[in-house]
Write a protein that binds this ligand. Structure first.
Ligand code: OGA
Ligand code: MN
Length: 293
């Protein structure tokens, strides 16, 4: 009995945040292949807590790719101009401009969204590695789609359950260009890579079997089959519930954090709020998921 307790005490510990999602697992070495029990601990934590932080990592772009591939097939982002030059699976996010050239994608995710929800097979996991972080600000906020779904009034839950919504990268990109003149228009090849898609507004998570609200202000253009005004009113009603603080977790980044999150049951936002004199540099990979049902 004593011996069992000892061996358990040295095992990795998943420490949940105070919020309805979010956890941290210390003591993982993400630069080496994950032992099966370590992988299992991370995977279990993702199922339970949606967002999981592995602090204190230092991964080269190649190591980030190798780490990510243990969770599935990686999918490069449509904005190829922000791919890491040696590793197209790695998207570089940064506000830094060096010698007149942007180091990365500056305003990525500055609206509530779920990664690649505009694809037929949206992202399963995103893995974001903090290389440089501002002293203040630069947090990322997350919302649990399970918690929101479960909190919906019965009538609203029933209404939205049978519906589908259109997700569109072009819709979001055009709005971002209007705000940020430095954003380049999509090339015709990029446009072809991201046609609008339709997904169920409530999806069942393939691993947990739980239902989650699956719409987001960033990429969800409208409900399928509703008049524009009716669609907007319904989206606004749902977002006013989804964005209640009790469903969210705020991640305050430390240099070296590797954050993994499950996009099938959550949305997130780059909160910004740091000065232009501050540097933020993140490397990201995304793991392809399956068509939502
Ligand atoms: C992302 C994203 C938010 C951030 O990498 O998918 O939305 O705070 N990032 O950088
Ligand atoms: Mn994102």
């Amino acid at each position: 009995m004593e011996i069992e307790l000892m061996s358990e005490s040295v095992a990795l510990e998943t420490v949940p945040s105070d919020a309805v999602l979010g956890a941290e697992i210390g003591g993982v070495n993400a630069s080496a292949p994950l032992a099966p029990d370590v992988f299992q601990t991370i995977d279990d934590a993702l199922k339970e807590r949606i967002v999981v932080c592995l602090p204190g990592q230092w991964l080269s772009p190649g190591q980030l790719v190798t780490f990510g591939q243990q969770f599935g097939e990686l999918e490069p982002h449509v904005l190829s101009q922000y791919h890491h030059p040696d590793h197209p699976e790695v998207l570089v996010l940064s506000n830094v401009v060096e010698n007149g050239k942007a180091l990365g994608f500056r305003d990525a995710g500055s609206y509530w969204h779920s990664d690649l929800s505009y694809k037929d097979k949206p992202t399963k996991y995103t893995i974001l590695h903090a290389r440089e972080v501002p002293d203040v600000g630069g947090d990322t906020l997350f919302v649990s789609g399970y918690a929101v779904y479960e909190a919906l009034p019965n009538s609203l839950r029933t209404r939205v359950s049978g519906m589908r919504a259109i997700h569109s990268y072009a819709f979001r990109h055009e709005q971002m260009i209007a705000k940020n003149k430095l954003r380049a228009p999509l090339t015709s090849e990029q446009k072809r890579a991201v046609p609008d898609v339709s997904h169920p507004a409530v999806r069942t998570h393939p691993d947990t079997g739980r239902k989650a609200l699956y719409i987001n202000p960033g990429f969800t253009k409208a409900f399928d089959g509703l008049a524009p005004a009716e669609s907007k009113a319904l989206l606004d009603d749902l977002y006013s519930i989804a964005l209640r603080p009790e469903f969210s977790y705020r991640h305050n980044w430390r240099k070296g954090d590797v954050l993994i999150w499950d996009n099938r049951c959550s949305m997130h936002l780059a909160d910004g709020g740091y000065g232009e004199d501050q540097r933020r540099l993140m490397h990201r990979v995304t793991v392809r998921g399956t068509a939502p049902v």
